[in-house]
Design a protein around this ligand. Structure first.
Ligand code: PRP
Ligand code: URA
Length: 206
């Protein structure tokens, strides 16, 4: 299922990121803030368990989150979404999946992978600002499914219809969350209108 999270603050911040005049500092800050806002929406339905606690006044029955949350940033650009989400959910564990997209073939290549334990018990949030052809997201989902993950959500800022369709075709069990669904890909595999190369804009590498 695809969810496009339409909130005025998300839209406003994404507009700042899209502007070609926005520099690295503001690009990173807006990404951080949007990631936090998206996480707030996405975690609306996470399961709770009953707990008995003592307040300073009395005993009470209340609730706590019952499942671990594991963030899975796709390196490099996904790293730009980690702080915003971990500020909201400080107990997250973090897996790292290093993938780069070959500029000619647009095929993803894996160069790093490191996972926490018990991925099969956790809610896994794969984060990456861009969902273009969908190749990187599909590969990241393949990798964490091999680690036993079953409860997987894909969280991206900007998606192209091509990427959404590709992920839905291969991994129909994974919900996709976007801040915006853009128009299309261009002949270089960039999202139109998009925001350019997210990794380069986050890390100032171009
Ligand atoms: C970008 C982006 C995604 C991928 C999306 O990463 O952050 O991971 O491309 O494209 P796809 O949907 O066609 O696979 P890139 O490979 O440029 O690496 P980087 O994050 O290190 O810049
Ligand atoms: N990766 C990016 O960083 N931007 C795009 O538009 C497509 C893939």
């Amino acid at each position: 299922m695809l969810y496009v999270l339409k909130h005025p603050l998300i839209t406003h911040k994404l507009t700042q990121m899209r502007k070609s005049t926005t520099g690295t500092k503001d690009f990173r800050q807006n990404l951080d803030e949007i990631a936090g806002l998206m996480a707030y929406e996405i975690t609306r339905d996470i399961p709770l368990k009953n707990v008995s606690i003592e307040t300073p006044v009395t005993a009470m029955e209340t609730f706590e989150v019952s499942k671990d949350i594991i963030l899975v940033p796709i390196l490099r650009a996904g790293l730009g979404m980690v702080n915003g989400i971990s500020n909201l959910v400080p107990t997250v564990k973090i897996a790292h999946v290093g993938l780069y997209r070959d500029e000619e073939t647009l095929e993803p290549h894996t160069y790093f992978a490191k996972y926490p334990k018990n991925m099969d018990q956790a809610i896994c949030l794969i984060v990456d600002p861009m969902l273009a052809t969908g190749g990187s997201a599909i590969e990241a989902i393949n990798l964490i499914k091999k680690q036993g993950a079953t409860d997987i959500k894909l969280v991206c800022l900007v998606g192209a219809p091509e990427g959404v369709n590709a992920v839905e075709k291969v991994h129909s069990d994974v919900d996709i969350y976007l801040a915006a669904l853009d128009e299309k890909l261009n002949d270089k595999g960039y999202i139109v209108p998009g925001l350019g190369d997210a990794g380069d804009r986050i890390f100032g590498t171009k």
